[in-house]
Design a protein around this ligand. Structure first.
Ligand code: URA
Length: 240
């Protein structure tokens, strides 16, 4: 694959911009500056650098982000900064066949929710992970306002009715870790689902953090606001 096409596929700008970066000597491949935009490289496993920034070739891109509080999962946020501003420009600019460019969040977390968020430009993956039919479990650490009792935990497991649907929604797992810390596992992602389920049993969410999706836990060393690539082993943990 031509170097110019490799850079383009990874989000480094239009084909012309990518050719310009290469011709100006700003791209290093396998330890040497390459100024020939048409030079061929095997893209799989290739690591190159553009203006000193090292970049691995990934197609598609799968990343995880530790979403901090006070950020919106929208591309066009209304009040708070967008999570997309936490990602480097190439991830936001990767060319897509559809109308939106770059990686997209796999589902959304509320502005005040923290924790594990996946982003990718693989539309099928987004669909599979978001579909309630696939039952991908998501674990939430919930700080509640009032001490939990057994009946609240029991009702969350048995199912509660939310205002937009007469069919009850139930937690796949639920435990009171401490009187004010609930660990709740859901396999679907309705709007404000955790907050509404907790309200339905007479309590209130004071803090919400997603700690796990499928078999993938948010790594302790990924601090709020940081992102990183998912490796093949981590991706395998997400297969339903
Ligand atoms: N449930 C909520 O209420 N909010 C989130 O951000 C995620 C799940």
């Amino acid at each position: 694959m031509e170097l110019q096409a490799i850079l383009y596929s990874q989000g480094f700008g239009t084909r012309r911009v990518c050719a310009g970066l290469i011709q100006q000597g700003l791209v290093v491949v396998q330890g040497a500056v390459c100024t020939d935009a048409a030079q061929q490289f095997e893209p799989e496993g290739l690591v190159f650098s553009v203006q000193g920034v090292t970049w691995p070739y990934r197609e598609p891109a799968y990343v995880m982000l530790h979403k901090p509080a006070g950020t919106e999962c929208s591309q066009k946020p209304s009040t708070w900064p967008s999570i997309y501003t936490l990602l480097p420009a190439p991830l936001r600019q990767r060319p897509q066949k559809g109308p939106v460019q770059g990686v997209q969040a796999v589902g959304r977390l509320d502005q005040d929710t923290t924790g594990l968020l996946l982003l990718t430009d693989d539309g099928k993956f987004i669909h599979r992970m978001s579909s309630p039919r696939h039952h991908v479990p998501k674990v939430y650490e919930v700080t509640v306002k009032h001490p939990l009792d057994d009946s609240q935990v029991g009702r969350l497991l048995a199912g509660v009715v939310l205002d937009d649907d007469p069919r009850p929604v139930a937690a796949a797992a639920c435990e009171a870790v401490t009187p004010l810390h609930l660990r709740l596992t859901l396999t679907e992602g309705k709007y404000h689902q955790v907050k509404r389920m907790v309200a339905a049993v007479g309590n209130r969410v004071e803090g919400l953090h997603r700690s796990r999706i499928g078999g993938l836990a948010l790594p302790d060393d990924l601090l709020p606001g940081q992102w990183r690539w998912l490796d093949a082993a981590e991706l395998a943990l997400l297969k339903p």
